[in-house]
Structures are given as structure tokens and as C-alpha cells.
Design a protein around this ligand. Structure first.
Ligand code: GLN
Length: 480
């Protein structure tokens, strides 16, 4: 079973009519993943024992019997969850994340866990204990990260939709690099209970799919109040599919000049400008604006995210979870050896940076300062949204780079996130929708909106998708 041409709707119809059985869909999906994943390495664990829920109700549950890929930092009861780390490589959770509980209630099927950068720290899925994932458009290129496994799984047709997580761009950047749609909802729209924490004030679970509608359908299921996560909003969740098939006449679109500067590759800029023109011709009002604090977002984010990570990752002590060093002589030795051997280089770099920025002598100069700049960045957005409905620009400054090209230069890797990080710092909903190809590789158009206004994000993404029909393109790197 290859999903390149399928959607949730087409599968639901085939399942409801009996043309396709859910058992066959599951076994074929697993078989196809096993065959194609030799090239891609998009999965860390594939469940041979995966089976659809009993008593599937295809009329009531649109996702019934449909396999959804889950990033390997979201826990599933009884199924190994590693966060792509050696320290958790034998960790089997004893509960379901809230998003999994909700997907189970909707009768979706789980066939395994997708590859990622260790603890979601990275922009290329090269920082995985289980090896790098390859981009289906060109196997020598990275799929982006950290949700690179979920993105490659969707782009190659292994699954119709996947969950990812986004702390600074980890859904949108891989979506852009793989020519698919990916949405990070508003902070507080989706429960983080059962998401292995990276930066708790930034993390959100979101959806990746080839088609915009499919993400709207999955987001409908996973959103909403959760008593386990006090940061989830009690706001009513609209039906996101109601924002599809709308026109964009009169929609106020802001384009920040900092997002269209010379630091963005010309081919990426041209593709994005073309989509903005399409919106203009359809009656949208395009306003050039400024996000003056853009130059501070990378340092601000890396201080806040690393500070939160250093605190969140304290729990991995060799005692409570996962890997424990064999030859420890005393308690301190257990901590030091287990963590030294269990964490990869990038994770250790973040823990050291975060411990430093939170330490008594540097807290004021770094963490407190970053928190203040974060407020200024939020203010920039509030000002723009006073007169605009959405903000558009490129998702990334370049298309997918080569495997091995940036891995030894952390600062270069961090700068990849300059266009995506702000939405996390400000808690905004943001998505990437395909905007064509340049040099044979996909380009992403980023759409941001006010907090809890995913509706306008879907409206614009769906409009762009209907115009450019990028989903008809087949990833060039995949064999027939
Ligand atoms: N690339 C960013 C980082 O390394 C964002 C990661 C993410 O969104 N999880 O921190």
C-alpha cells in the first residue's frame, strides 16, 4: 500500500464500502514501510503486531483503521519510545500520550514510530542514535528536522498523515524540505501530556500530511482540553475543515521584509513571491511590514530552549528510565556514566549551554535577557496582527541541504531556524505549505496567524494547494 495518491477521505470511502479491509491496509502499510525504508530510514520502530481496533465505525470515525505515523518522542503504552536516544533505546512507556488516547478513540491505527533528531534537537534528523533519515526527493539530502522521519514517511507515501512536534520549526522545516504540509498549532491547542519534553514553553504536537485537508481532520481529533496538561486551553475547538474551500478576497496578508531579504536563497524567494502574487490576484490585500527583532530570534530561542532542555533532561539519570552504565562504582558514577554514554553530542551541547545560562552567575545576563527579548518579539507580532490576518514568507532560507554538510557546524545548523522560531516564542499557529520546486527540491511557504486562529492558516494553505496542486508531484528520489 502506497499512499502517494490517497487521502483520509479516499481511504475512508474504500474501507466503508468494503473494497479495502482495515487488516489488509495495516499489513500492506507495514510491508511497504519495510521495503522502502531501506533507502529512507524514516522509522525507528515498525510494529509487526500492528492491528486495527475492533468494531471499526467508518461512518462515525473518519480515521478508523487508517495508519497514522507517530514521531518517536510521543509515548504509546507498551510500545518502545526512544526519542532517538541511546539513553531511552529500551524504554517502553506504561501510558498513552493524550494525543494517542484521542487518536485511539477515533480508531486510528499505529504502525510504528518515526525517526527524529535526538530529543528533537536538530534541523536535519542526522542527530539520531538510529542513523540519519534521507529525503525522498534526493536521497543524498537531509529531510530536515527534527520531525524528519514523519516528513519523509508522508512524502514517500508510506503513510497518509503523521504526528510531529515543533519546538522551533521541527514540523514546518521538514514539511518544507519534503514538499508536504505541516502545521504547528497555537501553544495550548494540543496537549503535551506524553510528549517527551524538550522546551516546555515552546513545544507543540502537530500534524504533517500531503494534503491540507488531512491535517485539518487529524488536528480536529487531537486538539482540545486535557486535565493532564494545565497549559491546554479550554477554548472550544472549531471544525478546521470548515476553513477549507474558501476564497481569500479581502484577506489581509502581511509580508515581513526581514523574511524576504538577501539571506533567503533567490530560488526560494521567487517561489514564495509567486504564491503571494497568486493571493494578490485572488483579491487578498498584501502589506509589507517589519519584524524588527528578527535578528535576535536565534540567540533568544537557543538560550530559552536549551535552558528548558537542561532542566527537562535532568530526569534521565540512569535510574528511572532507560539506559544505565554497566560499570558504575557509586551513585554519582551512575549519573555521570549513564548520561555521558547515553546522550549524544548535540544533546550534551544543549545541556551544557542551558546549565550555563541558568547558573547563578549568568542567569541575569542570558536567561532573563532572553525572556525580555521574547516579550519584544511577541509585541512585534501583536502590532502586525492588529491590522493583518496572516503573515506569509518562506519557511526556510534554503531548500534541503546535503547529508553531512552542516552537521559539524552547530551555528550554521541553528541558523536554519531563523524563520520558524518566532512562532514558537510567540505561541502562534504556523504552517508550511508547498510552493513549488527550485533546483529540483521543494520550497515551503510559511503561514502564521493570531493565537487560536488556525482557521486562517488552513484557509490560506488550502487556497495555495488548490492553485498549485503540488501534491501531484512525485518525489524524484523514490523508485517506482
Ligand atoms: N531546530 C531547532 C532546534 O534544534 C528546532 C527543533 C524543534 O523544533 N524540535 O532546537
Amino acid at each position: 500500500m502506497n499512499y502517494l495518491k490517497e487521502t483520509i477521505d479516499s481511504l475512508n470511502k474504500q474501507l466503508a464500502s468494503g473494497e479495502l479491509s482495515a487488516e489488509k491496509l495495516t499489513t500492506d502499510t507495514v510491508a511497504n514501510i519495510k521495503a522502502t525504508d531501506k533507502q529512507l530510514n524514516a522509522w525507528i520502530t515498525v510494529y509487526d503486531a500492528a492491528k486495527p481496533a475492533a468494531d471499526l465505525d467508518f461512518a462515525k470515525n473518519r480515521l478508523a483503521g487508517i495508519p497514522i505515523a507517530i514521531k518517536d518522542n510521543i509515548v504509546i503504552d507498551g510500545m518502545r519510545t526512544t526519542a532517538a536516544s541511546h539513553i531511552l533505546d529500551n524504554f517502553v512507556p506504561v501510558y498513552d500520550a493524550t494525543v494517542i488516547t484521542k487518536l485511539r478513540a477515533a480508531q486510528a491505527t499505529f504502525v510504528g514510530k518515526t525517526n527524529m533528531d535526538e530529543f528533537a534537537m536538530g534541523s536535519s534528523t542526522e542527530h539520531s542514535y538510529f542513523g540519519a533519515t534521507h529525503n525522498p526527493w534526493n536521497l543524498d539530502k537531509v529531510p530536515g528536522g527534527s520531525s524528519g522521519g514523519s516528513a519523509a514517511a508522508v512524502a514517500s507515501g508510506q503513510v497518509v498523515a503523521a504526528l510531529g512536534s515543533d519546538t522551533g520549526g521541527s514540523i514546518r522545516q521538514p514539511a518544507a524540505f519534503n514538499g508536504i504540509f505541516g502545521i504547528k498549532p497555537t501553544y495550548g491547542r494540543v496537549s503535551r501530556w506524553g510528549l517527551i519534553a524538550f522546551g516546555s514553553s515552546l513545544d507543540q504536537i502537530g500534524v504533517m500530511s500531503k494534503r491540507v485537508r488531512d491535517s485539518a481532520e487529524v488536528l480536529n481529533v487531537i486538539s482540545g482540553y486535557d486535565e493532564h496538561d494545565s497549559t491546554v486551553s479550554e477554548k472550544a475547538v472549531p471544525d478546521f475543515t470548515e476553513f477549507l474551500d474558501q476564497d481569500v478576497k479581502g484577506l489581509r496578508v502581511a509580508v515581513p521584509r526581514e523574511y524576504m531579504s538577501d539571506s533567503v536563497d533567490a530560488g526560494v524567494r521567487t517561489a514564495v513571491e509567486h504564491e503571494i502574487d497568486v493571493l494578490r490576484q485572488a483579491g487578498a490585500i498584501i502589506n509589507e511590514v517589519s519584524l524588527p527583532h528578527t535578528k535576535y530570534v536565534v540567540p533568544t530561542y537557543y538560550i530559552i530552549a536549551s535552558s528548558e532542555a537542561s532542566s527537562n533532561l535532568q530526569r534521565f539519570d540512569g535510574i528511572r528510565y532507560g539506559y544505565r552504565a554497566k560499570d558504575a562504582k557509586n551513585l554519582l558514577d551512575v549519573y555521570v556514566k549513564s548520561r555521558s554514554e547515553g546522550f549524544g553530542e548535540e544533546v550534551k551541547r544543549r545541556i551544557m549551554l542551558g546549565s550555563f545560562t541558568l547558573s547563578a552567575g549568568s542567569y541575569d545576563a542570558f536567561f532573563r535577557q532572553a525572556a525580555k527579548v521574547r516579550t519584544l518579539i511577541c509585541d512585534d507580532f501583536d502590532q502586525i496582527f492588529a491590522d493583518n490576518d496572516v503573515i506569509l514568507g518562506p519557511t526556510t532560507t534554503t531548500t534541503a541541504f546535503g547529508i553531512g554538510e552542516e552537521i559539524s557546524d552547530p551555528l550554521k545548523m541553528y541558523n536554519n531556524d531563523i524563520l520558524t522560531i518566532s512562532a514558537n516564542l510567540a505561541g502562534l499557529p504556523a504552517a508550511s505549505v508547498p510552493a513549488g520546486l527550485t533546483g529540483g527540491m521543494p520550497v515551503g511557504l510559511q503561514i502564521m496567524a493570531k493565537r487560536f486562529d488556525e482557521g486562517n492558516v488552513f484557509k490560506v494553505a488550502d487556497f495555495i494547494e488548490r492553485q498549485n496542486k503540488f501534491y501531484e508531484a512525485k518525489p524524484a528520489g523514490m523508485e517506482d
